[in-house]
Ligand binder design. Structure first.
Ligand code: C2O
Ligand code: CU
Ligand code: CU
Length: 485
């Protein structure tokens, strides 16, 4: 690791921008416990909402057959908790780094102020060992989102630091239970020891898959919900590589939201023959009718090479509530601006192999030491490069409020879940399949697929734009888009 402080690796102009935009915090030490009494925290949040302390730390938990040490979470003995926010109400978190490596926290899918987006060098400095960073935002969109680091991303995500973030609707949507499943793998031996987190072979193909499939860090956990009740099941694919193919058996139900947003166009009820596709970064909200007989189970499944796997079960418990799916009001749409398709600017973005493999960036946020992938035939040097360095400028620059069509073209034989920060878009058409045009932040591009997506560039800032297969993100398939103020 270089000996320079992160700020010295940035151009002077960039450092000044970040310094004023995000407010860099000094190391806190033990005094970090006084969250709201710090005047700096108040000045930053602009509110007296107590900041939620999130201490990034090592954890211990039994995922395989024996306990695993050296997991990474925000608590010592289990997965990062589901964070429950309220639509339209301010949220603040003080993220404190107790690890020996740098970090930064990103709020995936949330439309927020660019300075709070958690991307090193683009929106803030990495959070050093012993340092904290105050995040604060008011979520405008309800739905299912998630949080994860955007620095040392490969290591910290693979070792556990991914959590579900729920933004509750301003009005109660009327469910009897709400169950979030954080779907991810771990690369562990049966005795709980770590396997290598990634491989060059995997990074150059579809990513390196885990050996233990989990929901909320457990294998096939059982949850309970009222007999005859209505359940909101939130699936979040937070794995670094796996594309899930979920479906539910033992009941009927309805897909009600995808990637946070209530559906504009219906998604068919997923079945074993036609499961949903849920790629890294994506979420699916499903309304389920619990069986009317106490003790009956619903199975949450995923199609899998070699036969289906069960991810979790939900057991009907207690008296029959006798509810019916038809009682549920439709979720209110989030307020997303409608692009002006007739006057939209079209930008081409091509994803593929890197022509000759440039030198990887070796910074505070970790490098895999290879470059395999490219956007517009150029590898981006890692996912946390100083954007002011020559050749590392934005992939595209949009005026604020401009309607844009992005033509996303996959020139490679591997699938890429393409994710854009800070803005939401919807697919217009694909050359391979019919896609419901629902608002999203992460679009899965299949082999040789071209998808056109539309958006209004209404949120100013530099927004990371990358594949959410983390081994791809870290080896060239990560850039950013600039929306002018
Ligand atoms: Cu979910 Cu740039 O990330
Ligand atoms: Cu994101
Ligand atoms: Cu990819």
């Amino acid at each position: 690791m270089a000996s320079a402080r992160p700020s010295q690796r940035l151009s002077r102009r960039r450092a000044l921008q970040l310094g004023t935009a995000a407010g860099v915090l000094a190391p806190l030490g033990l005094a970090g416990a006084q969250i709201t009494s710090s005047s700096q925290a108040k000045a930053q949040t602009g509110t007296t909402t107590a900041a939620l302390p999130l201490h990034i730390q090592q954890a211990r938990y039994t995922i395989a057959d024996a306990p695993t040490e050296g997991l990474i979470s925000t608590r010592p003995d289990g997965p990062p908790p589901v964070l429950r926010l309220k639509q339209g109400q301010p949220f603040a978190a003080r993220v404190t780094n107790t690890l020996p490596d740098y970090t930064a926290m990103h709020w995936h899918g949330i439309r927020l102020d660019n300075a709070m987006d958690g991307v090193p060098y683009l929106t803030q400095f990495p959070i050093g060992p012993g340092e904290s960073f105050d995040y604060h935002f008011t979520p405008m969109d309800a739905g299912t989102y998630w949080y994860h680091p955007h620095c040392m991303t490969m290591d910290q995500m693979a070792m556990g630091l991914t959590g579900v973030l729920v933004v509750e609707e301003a009005e109660d949507p009327g469910f009897d239970a709400d169950i979030a499943l954080n779907l991810r793998d771990f690369r562990l031996r049966p005795n709980g020891d770590w396997l290598k987190l990634w491989t060059a072979r995997g990074a150059a193909r579809s990513g390196t898959f885990g050996t233990v499939i989990t929901a909320n860090w457990d294998s096939d956990p059982v949850y309970e919900a009222p007999t005859g009740g209505l359940v909101r099941l939130r699936l979040a694919a937070t794995d670094t590589a796996r594309i899930y193919k979920p479906y539910v058996t033992g009941t009927n139900g309805q897909v009600i939201a995808a990637d946070g947003h209530p559906l504009r166009e219906a998604i068919d009820w997923p079945t074993d023959h036609a499961p949903a596709l849920l790629s890294p970064g994506q979420r699916l909200d499903i309304a389920l009718q619990m069986p009317r007989v106490e003790g009956a189970y619903i199975d949450v499944m995923t199609a899998f090479p070699g036969g289906p796997r069960r991810l979790a079960r939900i057991r009907a418990t207690g008296e029959n509530l006798g509810r019916d799916l038809a009682e549920l009001p439709a979720l209110p749409a989030n307020d997303v601006p409608e692009p002006d398709l007739a006057n939209a600017r079209v930008e081409d973005l091509v994803f593929g192999w890197t022509p000759e493999g440039g030198a990887p960036q070796n910074g505070y946020c970790g490098s895999l030491g290879y470059t395999f992938w490219s956007i517009n035939r150029k590898p981006w040097p890692g996912d946390a490069a100083d954007p002011e360095t020559p050749g590392a400028g934005p992939l595209a620059v949009f005026n604020r409020g401009e309607s844009v069509i992005l033509r996303l073209r996959n020139e490679s034989p591997n699938a890429h879940p393409i994710h854009l920060h800070g803005l939401v878009f919807r697919p217009l058409r694909s050359n391979k399949r019919s896609l419901p045009s629902n608002w999203t932040d992460t679009a899965l591009l299949l082999k040789d697929e071209v998808i056109e997506v539309a958006l209004v560039a209404d949120n100013p800032g530099d927004w990371a734009f990358h594949c959410h297969v983390i081994e791809h993100q870290k080896t060239g398939l990560a850039g950013y888009i600039r929306v002018l103020a």
